[in-house]
Design a protein around this ligand. Structure first.
Ligand code: FES
Length: 411
């Protein structure tokens, strides 16, 4: 063997045995294509459609049926209110995204907020007030956050603040108690809860709601009409507001607590105020409780203690805005993303079939999503939730901290 070849061989061996100076190492390359593709089936479609698209597909017919149930003179104003609300929410979100430097795209969550606000507000609400309520909803969603996740259901908060500050009235016309609408809302609640894995929460809410109103009716000796406590309004709340994945808990035990407490608070408030829209207060109180639970010791998403965490071989300047990096630390692989100046870290392996998420794209559904390169499942970087299948399991996410310009995760 020539001297030159021996020298090159030794160099290669030396490079191979070199230890990284800290925990981050490149991840071995993964195939860019999926190992196989499955034949289409309706159940697969239901699994794979994004939760946002599914919610929109269910909200629209609910609004249409509610519209037809209104007196003829109120139908056109209700349609105008709905259109303005959708437009105002989407535009407000675009303006806020532009200000934050996030990619500009049609925001499905904003569209959903617009559909809910437009379907709840009284049809004769002045257009300017409708637009203002939507702007308030989108702004508070952006401002009131804990650990990058919205604190409150934006539509509920917008509607409540609209009533308090602007004197607007809620009519909940897309939850009129007609048999067809009630059936659609019950189906929506079931399907969306199944997709979001929030069935324990919904059952807890329904059980507590029925038990409390049933007990009240029995003790008064004068049973209220079933439509009062089993009408479409609680079903609408369950289907489209209670189970919003960013403002409701993920753990089954917390879901049961959350569903039961929201039902109890709603019962107490409605009973004392005789206003069904006061139910929004109970929902927002439940949202706040969810975020308080995150601070309990031992919570998986608790922030790392000062000094704790695994150091990555990355400085904060090494990750460009809107980009993704594959890193490994402590023998595990992660996908690290920088978005709007903040860092997000999730397991690198997609929960569907292990696709390499760090090779996927970010910002497809909204600024905080990552898409698997294999079968295009979409996950929310802020809480790891599946937003579009075929993946069914959430991703584990990790808090990222920056100390002395270096990135750390709690792994
Ligand atoms: S591996 Fe199939 S969607 Fe990620």
């Amino acid at each position: 063997m020539s001297g030159e070849r021996i020298r090159k061989k030794n160099q290669a061996k030396k490079a191979g045995s070199r230890r990284p100076v800290c925990g981050a190492t490149p991840i071995p390359s993964a195939p860019a294509l999926p190992p196989s593709s499955k034949p289409f089936s309706p159940l697969d479609w239901l699994r794979s459609v994004s939760i946002y698209k599914l919610a929109i597909c269910l909200l629209l017919p609910a609004a249409l049926i509610g519209l037809l149930a209104l007196p003829q003179s109120a139908q056109l104003p209700a349609l105008v209110t709905l259109a303005i609300a959708v437009l105002a929410c989407v535009l407000s979100q675009l303006v806020l995204s532009r200000k934050a430097g996030a990619p500009l795209s049609l925001s499905e969550p904003a569209l959903i907020s617009g559909l809910i606000i437009g379907s709840v507000l009284a049809p004769d609400t002045p257009p300017l007030l409708v637009a203002l309520i939507c702007a308030i909803a989108m702004l508070t969603k952006r401002l009131l956050r804990i650990r990058h996740v919205p604190l409150f259901n934006s539509a509920a908060l917008g509607l409540l603040l609209g009533g308090l500050l602007l004197g607007t009235q809620d009519a909940w016309w897309a939850s009129a108690s007609t048999p067809v609408l009630s059936a659609l809302l019950a189906l929506s609640a079931l399907v969306l809860s199944w997709k979001l894995k929030r069935l324990p929460m919904q059952f807890a809410f329904l059980a507590a709601w029925l038990a409390l109103w049933g007990a009240a009716a029995a003790s008064a000796g004068n049973a209220p009409a079933p439509s009062f406590f089993l009408g479409s309004l609680p079903l609408y709340l369950m289907a489209f507001m209670l189970l919003e994945h960013t403002t409701s808990p993920m753990r089954p035990s917390w879901q049961i607590l959350y569903g039961g407490l929201v039902a109890a608070a709603a019962f107490a408030i409605v009973l004392s105020s005789f206003q069904m829209e006061a139910i929004l207060v109970a929902l927002l109180a439940g949202n706040a409780l969810t975020k308080l639970l995150l601070f309990l010791p031992g919570t998986p998403s608790s922030a790392p203690a000062a000094g704790a965490g695994v150091e990555l071989c990355l400085g904060k300047a090494d990750l460009a805005e809107g980009s993704t990096r594959c890193v490994s630390a402590g023998g595990r692989n992660f996908s690290l993303v920088r978005m709007s100046g903040k860092y997000y870290c999730v397991d690198n392996a997609c929960t569907h079939m292990g696709g390499p998420l760090c090779k996927g794209s970010v910002g497809e559904l909204n600024a905080y999503t990552i898409t698997c390169p294999w079968h295009h499942s979409v996950f929310d970087l802020r809480d790891g939730q599946v937003l579009r299948g075929p993946a069914q399991e959430s991703l584990r996410r990790y808090e990222v901290s920056v100390r002395n310009g270096q990135l750390y995760i709690r792994a």
